[in-house]
Design a protein around this ligand. Structure first.
Ligand SMILES: Nc1nc2c(ncn2[C@@H]2O[C@H](COP(=O)(O)OP(=O)(O)O)[C@@H](O)[C@H]2O)c(=O)[nH]1
Ligand SMILES: Nc1ncnc2c1ncn2[C@@H]1O[C@H](COP(=O)(O)OP(=O)(O)O)[C@@H](O)[C@H]1O
Length: 211
C-alpha cells in the first residue's frame, strides 16, 4: 500500500552571501526528487544565471500583474527588486507528494508559513560564522559591485534579526558539515510529515493484513 503524503515545504533563508544557494544546490544533488521553487524577479541576471533555471527574470509590470492575479504564493521587495514564488508549481508538487525547496527572504518565509496550503512547513535559517566572513564571501563570489555588496551588508543585520522565527538555525562555517546537518533536517522532517500524514492508514492496513 503506497503511503499518502503531501509534499514538504522547505524554506531556506539567510543574509545574502551566507551560502544558501550553494547549500540548496548541494541538497538538490543529494536528492534530485526535491523541487526547487524557481522565483520570479525583477533583478537583472548575473553572469551565468539562466532564465527559468535560477530565476524567471521579468519586468516590474509583468511581475505586478502576476501578483495581482494571485499567481504568487508569496512576494516581497528585497534590495530594491521584486521577488516572488509562483504558486501553481508548488501546489502541483504538494499534490504529487514532492518536496519543494524555497530560497526566500524572511518576508517570504513568513508568507509561506501563513499561506493556506496546509502542508508540513520546515524553515531553516543559515547564519555566517561572522560578518567579516559574510563580506568576504560576497566579494569572493565576484558577481556584485562594491555598491551592491555594501547594500547587502547593510541589510544583513535586519535579515539576521528574524532568525528566531525559523525552526532550525545553522551556522555555515564548514560547508560539508552544514550540508550534512541540512540533509539530517530534511530526513527527520520527512519522517515527521509521514507520522502526521498517511502513516496512520498504513499502520491500520498493516494490522488488518494478517488479522
Ligand atoms: N520573498 C522572496 N524572497 C526571495 C525570492 N527569491 C529570492 N529571494 C531572496 O532575495 C534575496 C536576494 O536574492 P539574490 O538576488 O538571488 O541574491 P543572493 O541571495 O545574494 O544570491 C535573498 O534573500 C533571497 O532569498 C522569492 O521568491 N521571494
Ligand atoms: N561554508 C562556506 N565556506 C566558505 N565559503 C562558502 C561557504 N558557503 C558558501 N560559500 C561561498 O560564499 C559565496 C556566497 O555563497 P552563496 O551560496 O552564493 O550565498 P547566498 O545564496 O546565501 O547569497 C559563494 O562564493 C560560495 O561558494
Amino acid at each position: 500500500m503506497p503511503m499518502d503524503r503531501t509534499g514538504l515545504l522547505i524554506i531556506l533563508s539567510s543574509p545574502s552571501g551566507a551560502g544558501k544557494s550553494t547549500l540548496a544546490r548541494r541538497l538538490m544533488d543529494w536528492d534530485p526528487s526535491l523541487r526547487f521553487s524557481v522565483s520570479a524577479t525583477t533583478r537583472p541576471p548575473r553572469p551565468g544565471e539562466i532564465d527559468g533555471h535560477h530565476y524567471y527574470f521579468t519586468t516590474p509590470g509583468a511581475f505586478r500583474q502576476m501578483a495581482e492575479q494571485g499567481q504568487m504564493l508569496e512576494h516581497a521587495e528585497v534590495f530594491g527588486h521584486l521577488y516572488g514564488s509562483p504558486r501553481v508549481p508548488v501546489e502541483a508538487a504538494m499534490r504529487d507528494g514532492r518536496d519543494t525547496l524555497f530560497d526566500v527572504d524572511w518576508q517570504g518565509g513568513q508568507q509561506i508559513r501563513a499561506s493556506a496550503l496546509g502542508g508540513h512547513v520546515v524553515s531553516i535559517f543559515v547564519l555566517p560564522p561572522s560578518l567579516p566572513e559574510l563580506e568576504r564571501r560576497l566579494r569572493a563570489r565576484g558577481q556584485d559591485s562594491d555598491a551592491v555588496i555594501a547594500g547587502r551588508m547593510e541589510k544583513s543585520r535586519s535579515e539576521i534579526s528574524h532568525w528566531a522565527e525559523y525552526d532550525y538555525v545553522l551556522v555555515n562555517d564548514d560547508l560539508d558539515r552544514t550540508e550534512r546537518d541540512l540533509r539530517a533536517i530534511v530526513t527527520a522532517e520527512r519522517l515527521r510529515r509521514d507520522r502526521q500524514g498517511g502513516l496512520g492508514r498504513f499502520v491500520k492496513h498493516l494490522m488488518e493484513e494478517h488479522a
